[in-house]
Design a protein around this ligand. Structure first.
Ligand SMILES: *Cc1c(COP(=O)(O)O)cnc(C)c1O
Length: 371
């Protein structure tokens, strides 16, 4: 190469932009639920499945106290939290890992198992983070449509497994449809999954499950080394803004999670709040009970209006509205509640304050009459 062309090629390099991985081009962006409308009359946010109750006094106190030392890094190993979880769920500490929300852990699980050429299976529609974190890794997303009853099609998901499958997400209960999988069906599916494929049971809404046929993933994981259970403090425990979740899995999966964790990702505020929440569990679960009652009431009223509402085991309900989805979301917002619309598919509406749920039920009634 002559000196001149060498210079030219250097010029070309400096004129370019940083080279980004081609995999990023297909990554959809995460759409957060719309905030409650500002200004206007009272407005409620029913778009992100958050807990509508403010923090319990004891939990708030622990966070305020921890705030006094946020000039220091947090405990890297989250020791106090993991010790508390080990006791609460009767699992060894070595089977636990915490992370920046369960979404953070889900991303670490993909990072640990899959890359370009590998496949990740999940139901669709399901949690919108799955396609994002799968595509970031460069792995191929294999999306298996829900059944007409809004359930995971576990037979089709098992049929979709290939030599290249590395990880399967099972969202139980499913976000956004709310439908949960009975134990027998889940076990039959797990029996069909090869031992070298990781199955991630995403149980973000576990505390809201009341159907006794639905298994607790932590019971299921015990004698299944390829099962990892994800739980979060964001929903029932009301810590969405602090970003802390955890996984229960055998070695070496739990060890992989410790390796792939962003150092100091879980703040001391989040760790202390999670510990305080576990210690205040009775009070928190009482609130969860009230939300479950509201879920039952909302479902009953919607069905009385003539809607088909899948049986939700989570803190939200799903209305499949197809083309009318956006119109419904707009009508709800105009009435004072923001909901999560998935254009062309349906709306997911969180169970919130009673007054907010009432507004939603009224909007649904009005909409029904126009149909
Ligand atoms: C809300 C939610 C999570 C929790 O996310 P965090 O990162 O823990 O806040 C995980 N999975 C599903 C299916 C969810 O709906």
């Amino acid at each position: 190469m002559s000196e001149k062309t060498e210079h030219e090629s250097q010029d070309n390099r400096s004129a370019g932009t940083p080279r980004l991985r081609a995999a990023l081009e297909s990554v959809p962006s995460y759409k957060p639920g719309r905030p409650a409308a500002a200004g206007g009359p009272v407005s409620y946010k029913l778009s992100s499945n958050e807990n509508p109750y403010p923090p319990l006094p004891g939990v708030l106190e622990s966070v305020t106290e921890a705030a006094a030392s946020f000039n220091r890094y947090p405990d890297l190993a989250c020791s106090a939290l993991l010790a508390e979880l080990a006791e609460r769920f009767d699992v060894p500490v070595s089977h636990l890992a915490s992370g920046t929300g369960s979404v953070g852990i889900a991303q670490q699980l993909i990072q640990s198992t899959a890359g370009p050429g590998d496949e990740v299976i999940y139901a669709w529609r399901s949690f919108e983070a799955y396609p994002i974190i799968t595509r970031i890794s460069g792995a191929t997303a294999v999306e298996v449509p829900l059944t007409a009853a809004e359930e995971h099609d576990l037979d089709a998901m098992a049929d979709a497994i290939t030599e290249r499958t590395r990880l399967i997400f099972v969202c139980n209960p499913n976000n956004p449809t709310g439908v949960a999988i009975p134990r027998e069906e889940l076990e039959r599916f797990l029996d069909r999954v090869p031992a070298d494929v990781l199955v991630v049971l995403d149980e973000a809404y576990r505390e809201f499950v009341r159907d006794e046929r639905v298994a607790d993933g932590i019971d299921i994981y015990r004698d299944r080394p390829n099962v990892c259970v994800l739980r979060t403090f964001s929903k029932a425990y009301g810590l969405a803004g602090l970003r802390v979740g955890f996984a229960v899995a055998h070695e070496p999966v739990a060890a992989a999670l410790r390796k792939t964790a962003v150092p100091f990702g879980v703040s001391q505020l989040a760790q202390d709040a999670a510990v305080a929440s576990l210690r205040s569990e009775a009070a928190l679960l009482e609130r969860v009970g009230a939300l479950v009652e509201e879920r039952t009431r909302v479902g009953r009223e919607l069905r009385a209006q003539g809607w088909t509402v899948p049986e939700s085991q989570a803190n939200f309900v799903w209305l499949r509205l197809g083309e009318r989805t956006s119109a419904f979301a707009e009508a709800a917002e105009a009435a004072g509640v923001t909901v999560r619309g998935f254009a062309g598919e349906g709306v997911r509406v969180s169970i919130g304050e009673t007054a907010a749920n009432d507004i939603f039920v009224q909007v649904a009634a009005g909409f029904r009459k126009e149909m």
